[in-house]
Design a protein around this ligand. Structure first.
Ligand SMILES: *Cc1c(COP(=O)(O)O)cnc(C)c1O
Length: 335
């Protein structure tokens, strides 16, 4: 596999640390827990989209784009990191935010990630929940083209084969760290949404013949749909990399039992996980992704499905800026 032939702009502080979670390990009394700190990628409070943007923004620059267009939910971490990357590279960023929750509190609609989008100089437009966001972006791109601009459209979550290369790279980085530290990793757990993170990891781990079990914890779709999305994108990423043979379908595993009533809607498990990590490890999770992913990990440890002889790595995909968009979801309101 020859990842170096794909254009890349360095945006992240890489490699991110791989650290033990000693307090949480002791508290849960199960497997040895570790955390891969992709919340520390450095770009505007960090997160997993930074790695994807290293490849996406390189493609945008290669096409001489002067404006990037992207979309996400109101409290999108992807939109915020795209706005920051565009600012750093001297490009304009236009964001379409979809109302996927119906929340109207000003913290949700204008604080957290939305505040940072604007602080980075992005222009923001809203769309109703259920809009065809890809079509909406293409309409904006066509309009900007007519005005003489050069738009580059980044799909939601940065999840296409080019963006997924960022997580192919992350898989190689993690395998190198495991060698350096002499750490046998049994399971890698992370939140999976628009699928690019898991697709890139699947492709990277399979390309390296790794025996690590990769477990995505879904935050949006039911299992069949989520696994189908990940597998489809992983296969397209595999093809982009020019790898031979077929990616085994069994390499894609998503557990979607922790979504609750829907994307971006709080669950008791999420609230517990966010507070637990904040109070035992001093680590900030988020209400939409890493909080639900950690809720899944904690529950699987408690059920004995992840066992004491295992080393489990939780990939922290970031998102703490969204905490400020969900003040009511954290169980901290004064009466
Ligand atoms: C986008 C995001 C994810 C999910 O990654 P996908 O590549 O969209 O599956 C997980 N955690 C956080 C904090 C995110 O912002």
């Amino acid at each position: 596999m020859d990842l170096a032939r794909f254009p890349r702009i360095r945006l992240g502080h890489l490699p991110t640390p791989l650290e033990p979670l000693d307090n949480l390990t002791r508290l849960l009394g199960g497997p040895r827990l570790w955390i891969k700190r992709d919340d520390c990628t450095g770009l505007s409070t960090g997160g997993n989209k930074t790695r994807k943007l290293e490849y996406l923004m390189a493609e945008a620059q290669a096409q001489q784009a002067d404006v990037v267009i992207t979309q996400g939910a109101t409290q999108s971490n992807h939109a915020r990191q795209t706005a920051a990357a565009a600012a750093k590279l001297g490009m304009h960023c236009h964001i379409l935010l979809e109302d996927r929750t119906g929340y109207t509190e000003p913290e949700y609609t204008d604080n957290g990630n939305v505040l940072l989008d604007r602080l980075h100089g992005a222009t923001v437009e809203r769309r109703a929940g259920g809009s065809n966001m890809q079509a909406e972006m293409e309409a904006v791109a066509a309009k900007l083209s007519r005005e003489g601009r050069r738009p580059y459209v980044i799909p939601g979550g940065g999840s296409n084969p080019v963006g997924a290369l960022g997580y192919v790279n992350a898989a190689l980085e993690l395998l190198n760290q495991s060698v350096e530290m002499g750490l046998r990793i049994d399971v890698l757990v992370h939140g999976t949404g628009s699928a690019g993170t898991q697709a890139g990891l699947v492709a990277g781990l399979q390309a390296m013949n790794s025996a690590i079990r990769l477990l995505g914890i879904g935050v949006r779709a039911p299992r069949d749909k989520q696994e189908g999305m990940v597998y489809d994108l992983a296969c397209r990423t595999w093809a982009l990399l020019g790898l031979r043979g077929e990616l085994p379908r069994a390499a894609v595993e998503a557990n979607c039992d922790y979504v609750g009533s829907g994307y971006g809607l709080p669950t008791p498990g999420m609230t517990e996980a966010v507070a637990l990590l904040a109070r035992t490890e001093g680590i900030l999770l988020d209400p939409v992704y890493s909080g639900k992913a950690m809720a899944g990990l904690i529950d699987l440890v408690r059920k004995g499905q992840l066992t004491p002889d295992q080393n489990i790595v939780f990939l922290h995909t970031g998102g703490s800026a969204a905490l400020f968009g969900y003040p009511g979801a954290l169980g901290l309101q004064t009466p």
